[in-house]
Design a protein around this ligand. Structure first.
Ligand SMILES: Nc1ncnc2c1ncn2[C@@H]1O[C@H](COP(=O)(O)OP(=O)(O)OP(=O)(O)O)[C@@H](O)[C@H]1O
Ligand SMILES: [Mg+2]
Length: 400
């Protein structure tokens, strides 16, 4: 059986850890061997579960394991060789040894190490379901897109480096002065990138993984979710659910009237923004939702009797393709129409209006400078044409 993966992400503090742990508890109690793993460096699974969680998966209750990977273990596992090279490079540059050692934990590396664990857990095949409590969206998106960016390194730079190293390493080193990476360093870097690509492919597999965005019904949290939604689709990570957490119930009293009204205004907007991906709500509970029983309650509020590991949406409602004349952004809509599409741009947002339907779409960086050329509906798909951005044509700078 393939291990199912559910990854929860969202802005800081929206309830990612609680929702991830709640999903895991619910699934474990329904009989699935479930692991909940945190890839956020600031682990808080132990707080949510209200029990110690360690650097190796620990059984919390029948069928439920929790794992908070250890940064130092990650480092020794994946980049001891690489970091000792960096360390020699830094100390050659004049940094003292302790400082150089510290510097080799580059930003993002520790979280990257956490993500790599997903691959190991899938390989072990000991779980039916892996629930990932991921870092806030920005970090996660950046890390997940890394393999794309690093492929050129494996394919282009590494082979040249290796050749140079073999041909004239010692001589070159004397001339250049800088310590050059050895074959071992290249091996480790390649292994690391290979593992990263593996995890990337696991998370991008629509028959295995679902990314779920947690948000609160507040402007900033919704905006961040929209931005990540765009990126996840662009990079092909299947997103199948939006969780609107901490929705104030009617019984929350007059003091919260203004909050409740604002949330009531935002909810239909969120539903429209993310359609056809479904939105589900979780109430703001009147007590702290920690410990397995409370989490089970939270999970039940989100999923009821439905199966949390079900694919709640299948498809890629958003894609960008490139051809000789520019780009086409295709957006799957929940309806088909022949009405005209109107487009306007404001900052990094594209405002689309079809009849009474309206969506503010956050554009990926790639398209920020690309002029829009028009849009049309093609059955249920809205296609927006973009010309080549000016700087790509001239090959010059933004100002050139
Ligand atoms: N629906 C809810 N009702 C009541 N309290 C909640 C609810 N969801 C989350 N909480 C509480 O809100 C706090 C923050 O939640 P949580 O730690 O899950 O957020 P997070 O998104 O993981 O935060 P971080 O970005 O810091 O990792 C916790 O104290 C949690 O118990
Ligand atoms: Mg958290």
């Amino acid at each position: 059986m393939t291990t199912r993966i559910l990854l929860y992400t969202g802005k800081g503090g929206v309830g990612k850890t609680s929702i991830a742990a709640a999903t895991a508890v619910l699934c474990a109690r329904r009989g699935l061997r479930t692991l909940v793993v945190s890839t956020d460096i600031a682990h808080s699974l132990a707080d949510a579960l209200d029990t110690p969680v360690g650097p190796t998966p620990r059984l919390i209750e029948p069928n439920l394991w929790a794992h908070e990977p250890d940064v130092f273990f990650n480092i020794s596992k994946y980049w001891r060789t690489i970091s000792s090279y960096f360390s020699s490079l830094f100390s050659w540059g004049g940094l003292d040894e302790v400082m150089a050692e510290e510097m080799t934990v580059l930003p993002g590396m520790d979280e990257l190490g956490n993500l790599l664990w997903i691959g190991d857990h899938v390989d072990k095949a000991e779980y039916d379901l892996i629930v990932v409590d991921a870092a806030p969206t920005g970090e996660t998106v950046r890390l997940l897109s890394l393999p794309e960016a690093s492929r050129w390194w494996i394919e282009k730079i590494a082979p040249i480096g290796r050749r140079v190293q073999r041909l004239g390493g010692p001589v070159l080193r004397r001339i250049v002065g800088v310590p050059l990476p050895t074959d071992e360093v290249y091996d480790s870097a390649e292994l690391l990138l290979e593992r990263l690509k593996y995890v990337h492919d696991l998370l991008a597999d629509p028959d295995r993984s679902s990314v779920r965005l947690v948000l609160n019904l507040e402007r900033v949290s919704i905006q961040e979710a929209q931005r990540s939604f765009t990126y996840f689709h662009m990079y092909g990570f299947p997103t199948d659910l939006i969780v609107a957490n901490r929705v104030l119930p009617a019984a929350s009293g007059a003091y919260f009237d203004a909050w409740r009204e604002a949330q009531a205004r935002y909810l239909p907007m969120v539903e429209q923004q993310f359609a056809p991906v479904p939105v589900r709500t979780v109430p703001f509970f009147d007590k702290e939702m920690v410990g397995v029983d409370r989490l089970a309650e939270l999970g039940h509020a989100l999923f009821g009797d439905s199966d949390p590991k079900e694919f709640l949406y299948r498809g890629r409602p958003y894609s960008i393709s490139r051809d000789a004349n520019g780009y086409t952004l295709a957006l799957e809509l929940p309806f088909a129409t022949r009405e005209d599409v109107s487009l306007s741009r404001s900052g990094d947002e594209l405002v689309l209006q079809v009849g009474s339907w309206r969506r503010n779409l956050v554009l990926p960086r790639l398209l920020l400078d690309a002029p829009t050329q028009g849009a049309k509906m093609d059955d249920r798909v809205l296609k927006v044409r973009f010309a080549e951005p000016p700087r790509a044509k001239t090959g010059g700078s933004r100002n050139g």
